[in-house]
Design a protein around this ligand. Structure first.
Ligand code: GTP
Length: 544
């Protein structure tokens, strides 16, 4: 026979009505018993007809005591069991709740009791190493919850923000450990916090160590560079390069400066290598020449000693000889020895001349090599379009000139120039004409300014001029003259043949002893900006 379909919600409503109409206390036991009665299932508990009192709960039938169950559930919910995450617990309860409508209250409560019993049977989770032995505060790992979002944020920060940048293996290992623990949804929050705290303390210590290593290395580099200048001797160029490296490393320790310092150093090492090779070659050639001369002189002396001895014998023979034929033969011998001596010295002369020529050729080769090196080094420092110094050349010139100015106590000024409306000139007359303007400025500055002044192209249409032995006022006058000449020079429009007037704006500053290039540039750039803002075609003095 078919079982009638039970409407659980309707029975639940009827149960509540019955509880009220029978005047029963609304205890879970009474509700469960009445529910069973109405639904036709076997009543597990007798309905307590007495008004609710404290003893009635204690007297609830064995097997399922709701109060106990609730307390146990609470306890197990808060406890951290080994191998059981909060997420698992939440899911288990959610699953059970979903089954409630189909199960009936008592079987459902029995399942809940089973579940709680299962949790209670699990041993407590061990706290993570380093954690304080305190009551664990579980991490709420529910995927959609705020705690879950925080956990994801935290683990992502560790994974993508910290781990890839850990150079120190010990930090990396600790961060990995912490990441693994954080990703395990069952991790205890207090333990994680303690572990994270340890990581940051360790991180701080490693950073401090790294900083002190860098500081120590910088001290060492300083010491080495100082002594390098002494070791290199009176080589102005090399000393300027060393000074440049020094300055670069002291301005700001960033990869760009370190790269530039490394390049300058490589060039210095190369130049010193070539200089040493040239020195070695010259020494070898001189040694060969001297040894040849000594050998030849010894041979000559030997030969002349032998000749002298023979001559002495001939003379003795001559003094004693009375026979004309013998005398004639002695004279012939003497003449022969004289010729031998002469030809020996002539051969020696030829040998010496050949050795001299070889030494001269070696010397010429060395000079040519040095000249090539010099030219290659100059090319490396030149802007190919205008022939002005490039940034690299300027760095070296700045190091050299500031060293010279500091040594001699003479002033040094710089001017920063920027062509006016150069974009419009390019757009209107074409890029080739623009290039011509750039070259014209460099040529003019070389013709008009002192031979010791140096012009460098440091940007598209930006130039920097170094003016040794010029204070700010003098530099200002020099730049104003250059501007005037630049504006009035003949530059013709390639299309119409008409004269085109071009100009520049400039800032001028006098270098203060010890001032870095960056600082000086900032001052002179501010003056240039003022010149632009004031209408262009002018030279402005920088603030001290
Ligand atoms: N012909 C040529 N033009 C260059 C070169 N390098 C940079 N330029 C141009 O220089 C122009 C610089 O323009 P802007 O920075 O706007 O400056 P500007 O037009 O001179 O304006 P102001 O400086 O404010 O007077 C750009 O059009 C660049 O294309 C180069 O080597 N040759």
């Amino acid at each position: 026979m078919d079982q009638p379909t039970i409407n659980v919600a309707e029975i639940a409503r009827q149960t509540l009505r019955q509880l009220a109409s029978r005047g029963l206390p609304p205890t879970p036991e009474n509700y469960a018993a009445l529910f069973a009665e109405l639904s036709g299932s076997r009543p597990e508990h007798a309905v307590s007809r007495a008004p609710r009192d404290r003893t009635s709960e204690a007297a609830a039938p064995a097997g399922l005591e709701l109060g106990r169950l609730v307390l146990d559930l609470l306890h197990e919910w808060e406890r951290s069991q080994a191998g059981l995450s909060q997420l698992h617990k939440r899911q288990a309860l959610a699953n059970l709740a979903a089954k409630a409508p189909a199960m009936g209250v008592l079987p459902w409560l029995a399942s809940l009791a089973d579940l709680v019993q299962h949790w209670a049977a699990l041993p407590a989770r061990q706290p993570l190493s380093g954690a304080e032995p305190s009551e664990p505060a579980p991490l709420d790992a529910a995927e959609g919850g705020a705690a879950g979002a925080w956990r994801r944020l935290w683990t992502q920060s560790l994974r993508y923000g910290l781990l890839p940048y850990c150079r120190d293996e010990s930090i990396k290992a600790r961060a990995r450990e912490l990441l693994a623990a954080s990703e395990d949804g069952s991790a205890d929050l207090d333990a994680l916090t303690a572990q994270a705290r340890e990581l940051w303390i360790h991180w701080e210590r490693v950073q401090e160590e790294t900083a002190s290593v860098v500081e120590g290395l910088m001290g060492l580099v300083d010491l080495m560079l100082d002594h390098l200048v002494d070791w290199l001797g009176p080589d102005d160029r090399a000393a300027a390069q060393v000074q440049l490296i020094h300055g670069l490393l002291h301005e700001a320790l960033n990869p760009e400066h370190i790269d530039r310092a490394r390049e300058v150093f490589k060039e210095l090492v190369y130049q010193q290598g070539v200089a040493k090779k040239s020195g070695d070659d010259a020494r070898e050639a001189a040694k060969a020449l001297i040894s040849l001369v000594v050998r030849s002189l010894a041979e000559f002396a030997d030969q002349s000693a032998r000749t002298n001895e023979s001559l002495a014998q001939d003379l003795a023979r001559l003094e004693q000889s009375e026979d004309w034929d013998e005398i004639r033969s002695i004279v012939q011998d003497v003449l022969l020895r004289g010729r031998e001596l002469h030809s020996g010295s002539a051969a020696l002369g030829a040998q010496l001349e050949q050795a001299r020529q070889e030494a001269a050729a070696a010397q010429a080769r060395i000079e040519a090599l040095e000249q090539e090196l010099q030219q290659a080094s100059v090319k490396l420092q030149e802007d190919p379009l205008t022939g002005a110094l490039n940034r690299r050349g300027l760095d070296q010139a700045f190091a050299r000139e500031t060293a010279r100015a500091a040594r001699s106590g003479t002033p040094l000024s710089v001017a920063l120039l920027d062509l006016d409306h150069f974009k419009a000139i390019n757009d209107h007359y074409g890029h080739d004409f623009g290039d011509q303007v750039l070259r014209a400025l460099v040529d003019l500055s070389r013709r008009l300014m002192r031979p010791t002044d140096l012009i460098a192209r440091i940007g598209g249409e930006e130039f920097l001029i170094l003016l040794p032995d010029a204070d700010a006022a003098r530099a200002h006058r020099a730049l104003s003259r250059l501007l005037q000449a630049f504006r009035t020079q003949r530059l013709t429009d390639p299309g119409t043949g008409r004269r085109v007037e071009v100009s520049f704006s400039a800032g001028v500053a006098e270098w203060c002893v010890g001032e870095s290039f960056t600082h000086l540039y900032r001052r002179v750039d501010a003056a240039l900006l003022r010149a632009k803002a004031a209408g262009r075609q002018r030279v402005e003095l920088a603030e001290p």
